[in-house]
Design a protein around this ligand. Structure first.
Ligand code: RP5
Length: 169
């Protein structure tokens, strides 16, 4: 099946973060592709990717990059597909450099930016977009949300069993 989501990263050194997105898409059975492309090191292949993604059937792009992270914005400039940006923490500036590079897009070219290293949330957002026109995926995602709530309910039942004795001086 052709990929519905492209997960792009600036370097394979971003993979330990970006694979969280791949794992979630796997869990939701969403077909995806995983590519390393760099706005600075491989500008021509980035342009080719961005210009042809929609016609290949891709519906959402997740792009992660660190440092002077131009990749998500450069892709967004050359496609009408929604682009979700993942700032990667990897430099002396703790990911703030990538966060601001990805977040501060000029009017007209948005990149939906998640938290630093927030690849899981990027994949969740992509699934939410796809689920708007896919009832089966929407049902799967509702189950995922319900499981998150059950986790907190369980945690509260466990906390109710914890008793402290307080000492007063
Ligand atoms: C960015 O530079 C990449 O996205 C990566 O986060 C960072 C460092 O890349 P490598 O030097 O590890 O290839 O473009």
């Amino acid at each position: 099946m052709s990929p519905q989501v492209s997960i792009i990263m600036g370097s394979t050194s971003d993979l330990p973060v970006m694979e969280k997105a791949a794992q979630f898409l796997d869990e939701m059975a969403v077909p995806f592709e995983l590519l390393a492309l760099s706005a600075h090191r491989t500008p021509a292949p980035v342009e080719e990717f961005a210009r042809t993604a929609a016609e290949r059937g891709v519906r959402v792009i997740i792009a992660g990059a660190g440092m002077a992270a131009a990749l998500p914005g450069v892709i967004a400039a050359q496609t009408t597909l929604p682009v979700i940006g993942v700032p990667i923490k990897g430099s002396l500036l703790d990911g703030l450099d990538a966060l601001f590079s990805i977040l501060q897009m000029p009017p007209g070219i948005p990149v939906a930016t998640v938290a630093v290293n927030g690849a899981l949330n990027a994949a969740i957002l992509a699934v939410q977009m796809l689920a708007l026109s896919d009832p089966e995926l929407s049902a799967k995602f509702r189950n995922y949300k319900a499981a998150l709530a059950q986790k907190i309910e369980k945690a509260n039942r466990e906390l109710a069993e914890v008793h402290y004795s307080y000492k007063t001086n």
